[in-house]
Design a protein around this ligand. Structure first.
Ligand code: FES
Length: 107
């Protein structure tokens, strides 16, 4: 299991035990975490899985790729240097304890 904490826009934290190999988006949807929609199911065809990787984890999750950049242009909330599509972050043992922050809105 990989522990992931989602911090909502209002500061409320939800910590879940996710399955290794799932994406940050899949883990959120499977555990009914509010604030991640994942409309396209992870096909990188929407931006409703937008999240901000916590500063402490940004190096381990790595930078977003060009495809993510393109999709995030359509995101409902502000884009920052820590913005990622959570469906593109695969959970590995190395990411145990990951913290991501959720935008104010996804749609
Ligand atoms: Fe649609 Fe991530 S779920 S881009």
């Amino acid at each position: 299991m990989v522990q992931v904490t989602y911090v909502a826009h209002d500061g409320a934290e939800t910590t879940i035990d996710a399955t290794e190999g799932d994406s940050v988006m899949q883990a959120a949807v499977a555990n009914d975490v509010d604030g991640i929609v994942g409309e396209c199911g992870g096909a990188m065809m929407c931006a409703t899985c937008h999240c901000y990787v916590d500063q402490a984890w940004a190096e381990r999750t790595g930078p977003r790729d060009e495809g993510e950049d393109d999709m995030l242009e359509g995101a409902a909330s502000e884009i920052t240097e820590r913005s990622r599509l959570s469906c593109q972050i695969k959970l590995t043992a190395e990411l145990d304890g990951l913290v991501v922050h959720l935008p104010e809105e996804q749609l």
